[in-house]
Design a protein around this ligand. Structure first.
Ligand code: ADP
Ligand code: MG
Length: 695
């Protein structure tokens, strides 16, 4: 094992490299541009680009790329080499400030939601100096935002950066009211826990459903799954351990703080948690992490599945989004304080999050929605589609006491008045965490547990940041006018608790009971993507994003289109894949097997030998085959009908209501066939073979 401190960040053009390699003035300019978002002038950009190039070439790089995050959810890059022709047939290695700052990828095939007509198909990429350049595969990668020529965001990064600015603006207003104006800035932090499956590559390649859709569309329940819980935190198998060691090393080189690696609940399921970071950088890091997981798995003869629900009946994969707010002086704003004033500030921040989650339940649900995550939410191991906040019993009692103006505490019960009394020490015990809550306070941060494993964390954080910025804006507007701060603060907090406590739920989020209770409380239960997509167009949400300059109305409309478009496409690909597998592999195999059984039955019958297994088996399989054919024809018709619908939304609803139920029926017939078919005939690896394929 190499020395971690020696390799950490060696492939990153980070602050210390910049300090060492840039002339003082250029370094100062870059710092300003990072802190204030100011663009660099051309000559400074040239100096920075040249230093970057020299550094990258020393590290073996030959190419550079603007690395960006289009709406496909994965990252994109177009490599250019540094070479430029020189006299005498020679070449020189060149990289200009212009190339650093702006790129013009021919990006006409990325999803745009109608934001660009093809005649103006070019978008442009613009350097994000807040995220360091790095070297991957001998290529200098420049993190960039991706926009249309009109300046509309076509990516996941741009709105996230805008939302970071929004929370900074409003957060600072509130901090000033508490006398903390010297905190410098407010930013959010994020630590996304990444879950994934590792399976053997040979097994993967023999499953067209995994290849085409990332999940199994068929598969009978294996005799052993996750019921013994013997995989969770269990011994890590040698192949997986080798993978994790290499992954850690590659991530560390890129300055990514991979911290914990362990086995998850399902067989073949694992998790990686990084140390938290500034949210927009954490988002970049998570994208790199997902990419490296897939690449490194391949090197070890395995495939990394990032799909939210690769196996029915087995836990799916999420990406818990741990989130908090920090100041420029390093204070965590969700950390309960020592003094009454700190506590008052903490309570107001807590209220800001509670209100944000309640006011924008629909946007939060939408921010994590996809055809694949719809399969996971509410499926026993993941939170339901209803959003609620867990604050823990003690904190809830404190909030209740404040709201009702009642005493709180043990022996010497006290009336809690915000800003006057110190709160009792809040427990930060990790053991009593409620793991069924979609949005849980875990001592000094919130953990949003709904995001899926395959998607970018940007969307969720854009919503959390902006919605919390809006709560803070309202509080600042009110309190800035106050001439009795303590009193008005107390009243404000009471009012917020009263209005938004319906979103607080400390019980079991997985139970049926909660769904009924949530309905009584008037909370939203948006089960599927078509149910929640409309939130992009709701007036209150449009106003929110425009007010904080995070999305324009046009950008929201484009995202609405893209969301539904993607949903429709995924459903269609899955339906087509099912039919493909059924007709090319499954039906021929089971038909041959039933014929063999029938022939055996005839031979045995002639000899007067008992042949009920062969005869009944052949009959049962034949019946299932003909039912499969019927349902397959229905699915054909459903695909044709759904595809003919003219409009995204109606197509999405029809896809959900016609394709999915038909696919479910087809699947259960095929799974029944699997159980009754000889292993020799079954044309693809079973769940057992896939889930236990890595040793
Ligand atoms: P668990 O599995 O119990 O939820 P983990 O230790 O696996 O806990 O993950 C906790 C995650 O929370 C880590 O990624 C950690 O970096 C992150 N985290 C801790 N503090 C903060 C914070 N202030 N802001 C954002 N994320 C945080
Ligand atoms: Mg967690």
């Amino acid at each position: 094992m190499k020395n971690v401190t020696d390799i950490f960040g060696t492939m990153v053009f980070n602050d210390s490299v910049m300090k060492a390699r840039l002339p003082g003035e250029a370094y100062r300019q870059v710092q300003l541009s990072i802190k204030l978002g100011k663009g660099l002038d051309r000559s400074t950009a040239d100096v920075v680009a040249n230093a970057m190039k020299d550094w990258a070439i020393e590290k073996g790089a030959t190419h550079f790329t603007h690395w960006f995050q289009p709406m496909t959810g994965i990252t994109a890059e177009k490599h250019d080499s540094f070479i430029a022709p020189a006299d005498g047939g020679r070449i020189i290695m060149e990289f200009s400030g212009k190339e650093l700052i702006k790129g013009e990828p021919d990006a006409s095939s990325f999803p745009t939601g109608g934001l660009r007509a093809t005649f103006e198909a070019r978008g442009y990429t613009a350097w994000d100096p807040t995220s360091y350049a790095f070297i991957k595969d001998d290529t200098l990668c420049i993190p960039t935002a991706f926009c249309s020529y009109g300046g509309e965001a076509l990516d996941k990064k741009t709105p996230l950066l805008r939302s970071m600015e929004a929370i900074n603006r409003q957060g600072m207003r509130v901090l000033r009211l508490f006398g903390n104006g010297d905190a410098g800035f407010v930013k959010t932090t994020c630590g996304p826990e990444q879950e994934y499956f590792l399976i053997d590559e040979d097994v993967f390649l023999r499953r067209p459903d995994l290849v085409y859709t990332g999940r199994t569309l068929f598969g009978a329940k294996p005799p052993k799954g996750q019921e013994l819980g013997d995989h969770y935190y269990g011994m890590i198998k040698p192949r997986v351990a080798a993978f994790m060691a290499e992954l850690d090393e590659e991530l560390w080189k890129l300055g990514i703080l991979a911290k914990t690696e362990h086995n998850e609940v399902a067989p073949a399921q694992h998790e990686l948690a990084p140390v938290f970071m500034t949210t927009n950088i954490a988002a970049d890091h998570n994208q790199i992490t997902m990419e490296l997981m897939q690449k490194i798995a391949k090197k070890h003869g395995m495939v990394c599945l990032l799909h939210e629900k690769p196996f029915a009946g087995v836990n799916g994969s999420g990406k818990h989004n741990n989130w908090s707010m920090t100041t420029g002086t390093g204070a965590n704003l969700l950390e309960p304080g020592e003094t009454p004033y700190e506590n008052a500030q903490f309570l107001l921040m807590l209220c800001a999050v509670i209100q944000a989650v309640d006011d924008y339940q629909d946007m939060l649900r939408l921010s994590i929605t996809s055809a694949s995550n719809d399969l996971r939410l509410g499926a026993d191991e993941a939170p339901p589609a209803v959003i609620s906040v867990y604050v823990g019993e003690e904190l809830e009692e404190i909030l209740n006491a404040i709201e009702r103006g009642e005493p709180y505490g043990g022996k010497e019960k006290e009336l809690i008045k915000v800003g006057v009394h110190a709160l009792p020490k809040l427990p930060k015990d990790t053991t009593d965490r409620n793991r069924t809550s979609p949005f849980a306070f875990t001592g000094n941060k919130f953990e949003f547990r709904m995001p899926g494993s395959s998607s970018s964390i940007s969307g969720a954080n854009v919503v959390i940041n902006t919605a919390v910025a809006e709560s803070l804006r309202q509080y600042a507007n009110e309190l800035e006018l106050s001439d009795n701060f303590e009193n008005d603060l107390h009243e404000l907090i009471r009012r917020v608790i009263r209005k938004h406590k319906r979103i607080i739920f400390n019980g079991n989020g997985y139970g049926e009971e909660w769904l009924k209770e949530a309905e009584r409380r008037g909370l939203l239960n948006l089960r599927t993507t078509p149910d929640c997509a409309h939130a992009y167009l709701e007036q209150k949400n449009v106003e929110l994003f425009i007010r904080h300059s995070v999305y324009s109305e046009i950008e929201l409309a484009a995202r609405y289109k893209m969301k539904l478009d993607n949903y429709c496409k995924v459903l269609r690909i899955e339906a087509e894949t099912m039919l493909h597998m059924l007709r090319r592999d499954i039906l021929p195999a089971v038909s041959a097997y039933s014929a063999e059984l029938a022939n055996a039955a005839i031979s045995k019958q002639e000899l007067g030998i008992e042949c009920s297994f062969e005869k009944d088996g052949a009959a049962h399989i034949s019946r299932l085959i003909s039912s499969c054919c019927d349902v397959a024809r229905e699915l054909d018709a459903a695909i044709a009908d759904v595809s003919a619908l003219p409009e995204n939304y109606t197509r999405a609803v029809a896809g959900r209501d016609r394709l999915i139920p038909t696919m479910t029926r087809l699947r259960s017939l095929v799974d029944e066939l699997e159980v009754h078919t000889s292993a020799e005939y079954w044309p693809m690896p079973t769940y057992g073979e896939i889930l236990f394929s890595v040793n």
